[in-house]
Design a protein around this ligand. Sequence first.
Ligand code: ABU
Length: 383
Amino acid sequence: MTQADQKEQFPGKTIVNSWNEWDPLKHVIVGIADGCMIPPSEPAMECKVPIDSDMKGQWGPRPQETVDKANIQLDNFADILRKRGIRVDRPTPMDFSQPIKTPDWENLSMFGCMPPRDVVATVGNEMLEATMSYRCRWFEYLCYRPLLEQYFKEDPNMRWEAAPKPRLTGRSYKDNYLSRIMTIEDRLKLTAAKDFVTTEVEPLFDAAELARMGKDVVVQHGFTANLAGIDWLRRHFPDLRVHAMNFPGDPYPIHIDCTFIPLRPGLILNNPIRKALPEHRKLFEINDWQIVEAAPPAHKNPPPLCYSSVWLSMNVLVLDPKTVCVEASEIHQMEQLDKLGFEVVPVPFRDANPFGGSLHCATTDVYREGGCEDYFPRQVEGF
Ligand code: ABU
């Protein structure tokens, strides 16, 4: 869809506003697979790619036929959203195969501009460029700059912010981390002890670590967000309550959106092998929220050249408190959400999964109706 067609279909003014994961969605960014790379090895990326992944040891441009197939599904997803009256914008891809460098390091290539959820966090009227924690993703914010510049011009209330760009020198990563891992059990021990690949020398977070619930925001502490990053977010949003959570059952903890998904006020979907810890569940329990375990994924393995887990099954995009988009082959997840009272919109997306995720990952909110509500009037000391 051209800019002119879009203006015709969505003539209203641009509003940046999104306080949670469920209010009626009106405007969203959907990623693009053009030029996506399998990035070269680097400390944090190396820890995320699963031991048995077919991506291990590879790097270079993703095969063109996989890019084309992913773009068909991304375009179709964008059309499904537009038909439901949601304005959809797309980022501007760059030459991701180019080598990049800062004064501190060089990397042989970039990554891509799928998934947007990782790069830009929308909190209220603010769009915040995340620090990122992989070198290959350091410049990825540039793909979103044309849109952010446009929103800034069109919405006089929009706040456009960028978190401090990290140095990402060797000091940002534990250099002996991988040498301590022989088995999945080793990984699970380390992640349960909150011993992650990143150090605390500077704030780090990917935007996909945030789960927004009005006045309360949960941030996963894991491979792509450190405590300094969570502290930065806490100070950056002084009127919000920012809670750090970690999920011991996850051997590759990046991004909260295959683990702990707010579906509507009072209801969370939790990955059954990455269960929320009792001390973290308390906040939800004392405020009468229900945490339900997600249905099992439909697939035993992720698709080829995918570094995400099969739990992309629960990476759903909520369109409003009664409607949710689910990947079309995830029959168990669809059935569960149907039983929980949702209208389920099936969206074929498995070809796009290898590019960094499913329907939540592939989007960034621009506008959801509604304001900043307090869903957790009872708080837990120290959380
Ligand atoms: N970007 C979300 C990936 C999480 C997972 O692999 O489970």
